[in-house]
Design a protein around this ligand. Structure first.
Ligand code: FMN
Ligand code: SF4
Length: 471
């Protein structure tokens, strides 16, 4: 029987569990930090010495932890890229922007167990010789920012944060920075610009890889909230023990945000790869199935920018035909199936869904959120949105399906500064490819109706050019 495995959210929803430090300490809070700070330099067989910090970084590498913010990049590898020889300070930023539509996992930690994040951050900072860290939190999370500020104050009062942490001589300051509520502030270099007080224009990589040229042009680590919480558990369990959770190359747990047409939408923490998409949707331990009398139509498996799956779709995984519902929910299987687990947000659509309307809704978001630096993204996201707007407002054309794909194909692929180009194109490419008949039918119906209306009204007033004619 599939079931939840609560590591990060172990206590968050327990009755009586509160976000204050006393409660956290009663539940073993900051024990992992004490363990991390007590690591001693170790002599290696080759005669070299491994510092406490290097040992923790090694544990993180051994754990196989992959980033929970979207790309699923190895945390240990990311940390290994940090320029430690520049002589400049190293910063750590916790990405708490959580703006990907469908995603509502980080906020559970922030609101219900803020000290877990702070502990994960202090351990990560210690391991990376960081003395100044920021939590960049989405502007709308006013309550979350207050909770985190209170938690920081509490930690400082107990000498867990600030100067000479727990008498070890290690100093770390931590600040909460509220964004102004833009999706692009979640992109790590846009976030860094915003933190520096500027418009959140993403930086071009290379050369601006945060690990080398990040905040104030200093080496910077940007990690997601859930990723940083995991570091605490890696130290507590040991990297090798942590790696036993989940499946090979997809270790640990993930908090899945499940939304849409299921009976029990919500967040569920699972061992990565031990539960399938179908189980997440149908099992009573998770979504509990579709609404009564409904059939599955489509699933977006990793937040709104992930490519959509169509019900009944089959994929070749390790030489076998696998139904979409039987895909293990992990990083690699979803990539092999042509999509991604992204921010681990599953959006379920049943047969009541108008798929063109659904895509138009997603496209509204991306057209609004493009930062506008790159022409293909700025113009393309708007053109996509205009075409979808006319398709959903009686002004469509049968050829709009092809038109949408043509525009979407010309945005990503190295033409833009950041991955937003992909994020706004992938939904369009996949929705149209998999539900093309619905797009064509909608456009064709509009065309027929306009022809009929023109005949009634009389010559001279037939078919106006469609509202926007970029094609
Ligand atoms: C348009 C865009 C929006 C993003 N939004 C977020 C976000 O809200 N939260 C997040 O953690 N990562 C977000 N990311 C990914 C970050 O750029 C970065 O990869 C991530 O914070 C790294 O953390 P991780 O390695 O722990 O996953 C976004 C990326 C893009 C391209
Ligand atoms: S791809 Fe879009 S969001 Fe990213 S930098 Fe270019 S215009 Fe801005």
């Amino acid at each position: 029987m599939p079931s939840e495995y609560r590591l990060i959210l172990k206590y968050a929803d327990q009755p009586g569990y509160t976000p204050d430090i006393e409660c956290y300490l009663r539940h073993g809070g900051y024990d992992a930090l004490k363990k991390a700070l007590a690591f001693q330099p170790k002599s290696l067989p080759d005669g070299k010495t491994q510092s406490a910090q290097e040992q923790i970084r090694q544990e993180v590498m051994t754990s196989g932890l992959r980033g929970r913010g979207g790309a699923g990049f190895s945390c240990g590898l990311k940390w290994s890229f940090v320029d430690r020889k520049s002589g400049k300070p190293i910063y750590l930023i916790c990405n708490a922007d959580e703006s990907e539509p469908g995603t509502f996992k980080d906020r559970q930690i922030i609101y219900k167990d803020p000290h877990q994040l702070i502990e994960g951050m202090i351990v990560s900072c210690f391991a990376n010789d960081v003395h100044l860290a920021y939590i960049y939190i989405r502007g709308e999370f006013v309550g979350g920012a207050k909770i985190l500020n209170r938690a920081i104050k509490e930690a400082k009062a107990k000498k867990i944060l600030g100067k000479n942490i727990l008498g070890t001589g290690y100093d770390l300051e931590m600040y909460v920075h509220r964004g102004a509520g833009a999706y692009i502030c979640g992109e790590e270099t846009g976030l860094i610009e915003s933190l520096e007080g500027k418009r959140p224009y993403p930086r071009i990589k290379p050369p601006y890889f945060p690990a080398v040229l990040g905040l104030w042009m200093c080496p910077t680590i940007v990690n997601n909230v859930e990723t940083l919480c995991n570091v605490k558990h890696i130290v507590a369990l040991g990297g090798a023990e942590f790696a036993k959770l989940g499946t090979p190359n997809n270790t640990g747990t993930r908090i899945v945000s499940l939304s849409g047409h299921v009976k029990k939408p919500g967040y569920y923490e699972i061992e990565v790869g031990k539960v399938t998409i179908g189980e997440l949707i149908h099992d009573p331990a998770f979504g509990g199935g579709l609404r009564d009398g409904r059939k599955l139509k489509a699933v977006i498996p990793g937040g709104s920018s992930a490519k959509v799956f169509k019900a009944g779709e089959k994929f070749k995984i390790k030489g076998k035909d696998v139904d979409m519902l039987d895909l293990p929910y992990d990083f690699d299987s979803l990539i092999q199936a042509g999509s991604m687990s992204g921010s681990s947000a599953i959006i379920v659509m049943d047969d009541s869904t108008d798929i063109v309307e659904a895509l138009a809704n997603i496209s509204d978001f991306y057209a609004h959120e493009s930062c506008g630096q790159c022409t293909p993204c700025r113009e393309g996201s708007l053109w996509l949105n205009k075409a979808l707007h006319r398709l959903t407002h009686g002004e469509g054309r049968a050829q709009d399906a092809d038109y949408l794909v043509k525009i979407a194909d010309n945005i990503p692929g190295g033409r833009t500064i950041c991955a937003f180009g992909e994020a706004c194109s992938w939904p369009v490419q996949s929705f149209v490819a998999k539900f093309k008949d619905e797009f064509i039918a909608k456009g064709a119906t509009d065309e027929e109706r306009r022809v009929k209306e023109a005949k009634v009204v009389g010559p001279g007033l037939e078919m106006k050019p469609a509202a926007s004619q970029h094609a």
